[in-house]
Design a binder for this molecule. Sequence first.
Ligand SMILES: [Zn+2]
Length: 593
Amino acid sequence: MSEQSITYSLEPFDPAGHRFRVVMTIPRPDPAGQVVSLPAWIPGSYLIRDFARHIEAIDARAGATRLAVTKSGNHSWRIAPCVGPLQITTVVYAWDLSVRGAHLDESHGFFNGTSVFLQPRGAERLPCRVTLLPAPPPLRWRVYTSLPMTDRRLPGGDGFGEYRAANYDALIDHPVEMGTPKVIRFTACGAPHELVFTGLAPNLDLKRIAGDVRRICEAQIRFFEPQTHHAPFLDSSDRYVFMTVLTADGYGGLEHRASTALMASRNDLPVAGCAKAPDGYQTFLGLVSHEYFHTWNVKRIKPAAFAPYDLSRENHTRLLWIFEGFTSYYDDLLLLRSGVVDRKDYLRILGKQISSVLASPGRHKQSVADSSFDAWTRYYKQDENSPNAIVSYYTKGSLVALGLDLTIRERTAGVRSLDDVMRLMWDRYGRDFYAGAGKGLPERAFPALVREATGVDVAHELRRWAYGTEDVPLARLLATQHIALRLKADTTRPSLGARVRSQGDHLTLASVTQDGAAHRGGLSAHDALVAIDGIRVGAMPAALDTLLARYQAGDTVRVHVFRRDELREFKVTLAAPPATDCVFEDMPAGSST
Ligand SMILES: [Zn+2]
């Protein structure tokens, strides 16, 4: 071990109590008193999460001498001055089954470094070594991570032993799974990949999943490196790991430089022996595609505001519509290009994305640039008024990407596309990010990059679509590709202008659309629906639909609700159903505008 490494050992010592013990050693602590901290947030998820609150106990020693430890902020501690080495032991409570935290019980252990590894303030650039220790007997687990292992392996060949990271930033970018998951391996463009599934899911069709994921990975590697087909994570890892926790209805993912942590529904995955995959399988493949695309776009091509991350506070950028929105555009497009979905399915997925943007009045009030900046306080802290007040930099960002792609294709007669812009960004900022100066994309550099990559000036479009609140004129732009886009209502049933959710034996208004029927009639979010024209509504959204289907747009109904515990009556004039459903039709060649 180098004198100049920060070392850690991590032991899942109390699975039943959900506790890891972590010992950190700093060879030469700050003589004025070493400060250590836990990140306030985890990169990729833009919310202050205060991981330090899960530290149950902290103890510091230099040799046999116990040192005073003083909490110096929400996330930090100051250790009394000492001559090194300084050893700090923490006990971390891990009972958050999400991709962002840490989780430990008798079935498995999972952690992000942001939850368990203290940051040695002032020594973050030093290389790190981590020894992963096994769980107590009789548990016999294996380790899965994209962290590279050193030759200090514990006997058993199960991955327990020592791992290394170039610095603290690398250390916290490789989550670790330990347990007895289902695993399948494949190579894509020669690069090893591991698919790891934790959670009960009998008869998973692992071979089919691996085959489809491999096609997606190969399409993406070739997209960014059309000449060399070189996978980016091979710079520091020997594999890419998809670690997935399967539950009844999980969904989510978090990207890392050589791995991703996913939550998915077991019911969305194909079962061996069943030829037809569940409908949700495309959703799972879309999630896989999304997180994998981040290996390039946000884990290496980064906004300058993330280079480096400041883990102690919010990091503001107006560019998440590029890093999340463009990723959302390409995740589906690369499903199509890799052949795992066909054109019909692709257009159906695109139509859903367009519909969800059109259903949000907030898109007229907030730009995707402002939504990016305010991710920490608005997108990640949504409430009942969010659909009226904010826009998603994911969904509208993906439509901005589509609009730019179609604009570039139109103005270059199909010679250039947004692909050229992505590859120029990769070349300029991404490929050497970890090996080189680690420079990110400046806030105002994007329009010039588009011009450089394609010769097309999109500054005017970006001002309206990304920095302003205008809709992307998709019908006009799709027509240039001979695709007609028409919007229609998905029902003839009149609209109440509210989203509902089942709550016990009744339906509650989850949100009320501004200027919709419910709003104009006086109904509010959180009202509990009791009856419409004297008929009980019940707890099922379908029963409400059946009731509303008895009426026409323009009819006025009496709605009884409980607001808190007070019965109220409102008169609501039902509206025409909104035309937000997309129909795509091929136009005859030559009919484009
Ligand atoms: Zn993402």
